[in-house]
Design a protein around this ligand. Structure first.
Ligand SMILES: *[C@@H]1O[C@H](CO)[C@@H](O)[C@H](O)[C@H]1NC(C)=O
Ligand SMILES: *[C@@H]1O[C@H](CO)[C@@H](O)[C@H](O)[C@H]1NC(C)=O
Length: 194
């Protein structure tokens, strides 16, 4: 109900908005020093000030100071928005929640490369340079796995084939506990016939 009443009373007047009996200044403006209820003398905020809403205030809000001594970039202020200080190029916020100071992005040590160059809120990320010959290279490992698997599969197939072709050999191994000499003879026999 109150909102509807306010809406009804809000009507445009010169450079301001009538709200109730008084004229309110728009965002980016404040009322002048000699302002009256009817004549607000809306005055723009200074370059380091802002005002986000319609108002009847005689002073604009002061923008936050982005201190270059703690590596903040020189901001471009908007008179209708509060500025959020941002770190200058190559720096990031020391704290994720409240940015009070900016610290330099890490530079990568020898043996590391820049995986992520960093931004205003996050540090750069250094990744180890892959060792081309070593097993630390994940791609080499990935290539190696199928090759090893293929060799294993071939060995299994080959072993199975031998057993199927000479079933009498396996039955001879299982039954009497054969002497070492005896077993050797059994194994040699199929390869000779082959
Ligand atoms: C009108 O004035 C009321 C208080 O008197 C305030 O709450 C409201 O935000 C104002 N509306 C505008 C559009 O400025
Ligand atoms: C900064 O980088 C982080 C990590 O990659 C990412 O989550 C975040 O969205 C980035 N922020 C901006 C403003 O680009």
């Amino acid at each position: 109900m109150l909102i509807i009443l306010v809406m009804v009373y809000v009507t445009l007047c010169e450079g301001c908005v009538r709200n109730g009996s008084c004229c309110w200044c728009p965002p980016g403006f404040r009322v002048g020093e000699q302002a009256t209820c009817e004549d607000s003398q809306c005055t723009p905020c200074k370059s380091d000030e802002y005002m986000t809403s319609y108002n009847r205030l005689s002073r604009c809000m002061l923008q936050p100071y982005c201190d270059p001594n703690v590596n903040f970039a020189t901001p471009e202020h908007s008179p209708i928005r509060k500025t959020i200080c941002r770190c200058k190029e190559g720096f990031y916020c020391s704290d994720e929640h409240v940015c009070l100071t900016c610290v330099s992005h890490s530079s990568c040590a020898e043996g590391f490369f820049l995986g992520f160059s960093g931004n205003h809120t996050h540090d750069a990320r250094c990744d180890p340079i892959p060792d081309r010959l070593g097993f630390s290279n994940p791609f080499l490992l990935l290539c190696g796995i199928p090759i090893v698997a293929a060799i294993v599969v071939m060995l299994v197939i080959f072993t199975k084939k031998v057993r199927i072709e000479y079933p009498d050999v396996s039955s001879m191994i299982v039954f009497p506990k054969p002497s070492l000499r005896h077993t050797q003879e059994i194994y040699i026999t199929p390869s000779v016939t082959e």
